[in-house]
Design a protein around this ligand. Sequence first.
Ligand code: SF4
Length: 311
Amino acid sequence: MSPYEACALCPHRCLVNRLEGERGVCNESSTVRIAWAGLHRGEEPPISGEVGSGMIFFSGCPLHCAYCQNRQISSRNGYGMEIGIEELSTLMLALQGMGTKTLNLVTGTHFIPSIVEALIGAKQKGLTLDVVWNSSGFESIEGLSLIDPSIDLYLIDLKTLDEGVSSRFCGSVRYQRSILRVYDYLIKKGRNTFIDEDGLLKGVLVRHLLFPGEPAATEEVLRYFADHLKESMHLSLMVQFEDPQGMNRFSKVSQEEYDRLLELLEELEIENGFVQEIEDSISWIPDFTQDEPFPPTFSEVCPYFLELKRS
Ligand code: SF4
């Protein structure tokens, strides 16, 4: 039985038959939709490598965060084009042909079965890239178990452990209720995080974005990381928060708040990972209707993606 027939790929567990056209919270059928593919140099250095990471941005999302910078593609009926499994495999190989070392799958949770199939097909045809699962962490254990054997690096969020923050920023309290199960699963998998001989990061890189006005919630995440994750995973602390609707609904993160959290990193002896400086944070809202949604120094569209888009 296909996992799409009673979909439980994410914690919403809608149990709808997506093969028969039924839709759950993500509002996606079983046909994959993507919004962009190409090289992107904005990831952490051992993921971007020299030429950039080979990214595929999937359309749709089961989680609808209030601050999502990719709202244009992640919202219900968001921007994107349908793509078949074989074409998806070919796209993966086309990214490899652009010289990248990593295949970076962004928000593919709701298409996991199709992605697994496309990866198998691509590997049979010579795909050797490290596969990066770039996700909010809003997967069910069933969903994660399906994709896990294909993944070299989890680039996975730990947005919050606080119910109120989960409701306010992540669109649902369900995120807070499910994220610890995801981390329990990853801990049990026993993956170690390290940089290999080619300079590529393997294992689990936990991404945490500081929410403005919520330093206590970040402190809770850092303490959890120190107690449970720091021996086997790396941390990426990010501060590039941007209100996508430009409504200034959220106050800015202050330097003072951030400095206190950086001190806490030291106190907790969290040493492996990456810290973004406030002044270094470049934030923008990508426009995926453009061939190059990102600043030109950061990205390069995949020619095969353009071919598909224009066909
Ligand atoms: S991916 Fe999640 S939101 Fe979408 S149908 Fe499946 S369980 Fe529901």
